[in-house]
Design a protein around this ligand. Structure first.
Ligand code: ZN
Length: 364
């Protein structure tokens, strides 16, 4: 009897393909399906599983190799905002099952990634959440996602080193591959100050080997490509990089947030992200199945070219921040590329507002 376990779907895809297409947005697409601002998207796993399956199906039909579960806010800390802190297990198992069902019916290998977002709490020493408590919360979510059948744990939209480390430690308790992406949304850094160079160091120092790392969300396709190039420079060729950028720039239109990226822009972005060093490419906020289909087509008909220059990125995709440009030219200090008079101490009031969750999109 052959007792060899089947290879992990995600690891197998990664080992056998030059690039993988990850899916697009969860939160912004659920808004289009009727989710109301302030609602917990995770509750829809229970209330509207058909709509979640429909979203996954749209991305699978558009060519996605990886779909992310609707569990971005699925830790007990985020669910507590909706009095659902005791439903971590139920909601995460359910979400994983919905994605698993769609993936397994795809007729080709599609990996399910268990989305794990920030707790929304500030960690010690600046805030009050201890590393132990954070790790336990991430482990609780990771166990439920694994039980529901995910292939990989996908830690995303992270901002602080402490929270990345706690999330990885929590995720590592279940033994699945782990991916970490951070959001470079503040002049080439995360809100809590991490640069691409810092992320490469975190990856290298991690006691649990990461399957991939990279960036998601952020402030536009051009910035994501520049950050991927900076990350590739810092991490070297052996680290698998993830680019999951927003569909252009967020804009307020009639009281709601819209993203200005066209399918054509996202197709260009996909190719440039690949050339810059990303092997897993997808979209974040604003990216619909239509955008993803254009990205898929662009990658299918593309052969790798030299990493794009700053000029190419800016002329084809849009502006790159002065901070990311400074890192590009090798200046890794926070002062480099900062606006004149910028507060380099990053006041704790801003951190608190930023990490409180209410200003952030409800899902990546
Ligand atoms: Zn996003």
């Amino acid at each position: 009897m052959n007792t060899t376990a089947a290879p992990n779907r995600f690891s197998h895809l990664l080992a056998t393909r030059p690039w993988l297409l990850a899916d697009g947005a969860t939160g912004s697409n659920l808004f289009d399906m009727g989710l109301v601002s302030g609602d917990a998207p995770e509750l829809w796993n229970e209330e509207h599983p058909d709509r979640i399956a429909h979203l996954h199906q749209g991305f699978v039909d558009a060519g996605a190799d990886i779909v992310l579960t609707n569990t971005f806010g699925g830790t007990r800390y985020r669910l507590k905002l909706h009095q659902a802190q005791d439903r971590v297990h139920e909601l995460n198992v359910k979400a994983a099952g919905i994605a698993r069902g769609v993936a397994d019916a795809a007729g080709r290998p599609v990996a399910v990634a268990g989305s794990i977002g920030p707790t929304g709490e500030i960690m010690e020493p600046i805030g009050s959440l201890s590393a132990e408590d954070a790790q336990a919360a991430f482990a609780e979510q990771a166990r439920a996602l694994a039980e529901g059948g995910v292939d990989v744990l996908w830690i995303e939209t992270m901002s602080s080193r402490e929270e990345v480390e706690a999330a990885v430690a929590g995720a590592a308790t279940v033994g699945l591959p782990i991916v970490v992406t951070v959001s470079f949304d503040t002049n080439g850094r995360t809100m809590m100050g991490l640069s691409a160079h810092d992320l490469a160091q975190i990856e290298q120092a991690s006691p649990h080997k990461l399957a991939a790392c990279g960036t998601n969300c952020g402030v536009g396709a051009s910035e994501v490509v520049a950050c991927i190039r900076n990350l590739a420079e810092a991490a070297g060729p052996d680290v698998v990089l993830v680019a999951k950028g927003n569909c252009g720039i967020p804009q307020f239109v009639g009281g709601s947030i819209c993203y200005n990226g066209t399918p054509e822009l996202m197709a260009l972005y996909a190719r440039m992200a690949f050339d810059a060093g990303a092997r897993i490419i997808g979209g974040c906020c604003g990216t619909s199945p239509k955008h993803l289909a254009a990205m898929h087509q662009a990658l299918l008909t593309h052969t790798r070219q030299a990493s794009p220059s700053l000029e190419q990125i800016e002329s084809q995709l849009g502006d790159v921040s002065t901070g990311a440009k400074a890192q590009w030219s090798g200046q890794q200090s926070r002062e480099a590329g900062a606006a004149p008079g910028a507060n380099l101490q990053r006041g704790s009031g801003r951190r608190r507002a930023a990490a409180g969750g209410d200003k952030l999109p409800p899902n990546a």
